[in-house]
Design a protein around this ligand. Sequence first.
Ligand code: PMP
Length: 389
Amino acid sequence: MSSHKFIVAPPRIEDREVVKPLLCGPGPCDYWPSVEKALSKPVLSPICEELFKVLEDIRVGLQYAFQTRSKLVMATSGSGHSGMEAIISNLVGPGETLLIASRGIWDQRALMIATRYGIKTKVVSIPMDTTFSLAQLEPELKRIRPAGLFITHGDSSTGTLQNLEGLGDLCHKYGTLLLVDTVVSLGGVPFFMDEWGVDGVYTSTQKVFSGPAGISPVAFSARAEQKLNSRKHNPPFYLDAKQLALQWSCDGVTRTYHHTLSSPLLWALRACLQELVRETLPVSWARHAASTAHFHKRLREYSFEFLIPKPEDRLATVTTVKLPKGYDYRGFVKYMRENHKILIFAGLGPTVDKALRIGIMGVNSTTKVADAVADAMADTLRALKKSSL
Ligand code: PMP
């Protein structure tokens, strides 16, 4: 028996029940039933043949999801921010410049991350309820000739979708790598990594993929690979794409231990990708477009006002809605949760006190869910008007 004195007694940690709401915020989303099952599959040791087969399944699934033939496709252990940090810290070195196309909160996060790595930053901003044209970005690329341009494809803080066609070519003309956040867009709206010339991209599992957070798919183009091989700086060890590529066996040969990968998260990501490849990308994109179009129609019938003025700028996975004057956004979200068991979110970053954020995506991208959310929102509007305005 140890003679040490315990200075902390065992605390009481009781069972805790949670009433699960329907998850219709901008993420996390509910799980596919197959993902729930996958989470309890056997634990895989860091270096066993079964693990490498699972990694290979994930890698081919991700090549399909990102639409890339690149072999440098893997996942970082961590939520979407780990993908963001990996892409930035691997592809832009200290003293080099990252140009940040800013219209929401994720570009602000990119700025904070880049600054911590000693990367120089330049920001080009537009109003948060709009998206960039190539003409707005070209003069900055030409003037600054940055090592990388960071841009968010689907912005969950504002509900906008950035058109990326032509941006890769434009970046490459000025020697710039194109770095893209697809956390809330991949699988829900068209994305073509190779065709659009994207060099570094990351996504997340708790959005359209309808899985648990904690593992972040990332992919690097051939141009990005050249940069990885010629760079003078060392990114953080845990996120070093060259090290991770050895563990993920991107060359199909290596079998290396870098860190212990989470078996439940690997199985879950694999199940998310099985769902996606079974449905196929075009069918998933069409399903998201149709259920969101239906949701928007229902919102218009209830006279809700959209935050994003131009329909072509609106993101199919996350909708932002303004409330009439006098309503409290947090109170609205609370009422929805308590009375309808539906979780939607208030604004974030530039949309705080300016919008509700509603996610109709992944397993929840159906007209049935869209109807339930629109009806609950209309009821909440009436109820709060009666009680507090
Ligand atoms: N980018 C976007 C577009 C997001 O929606 C989010 C999460 N809401 C993130 C990045 C950050 O991801 P995570 O919270 O998984 O770290």
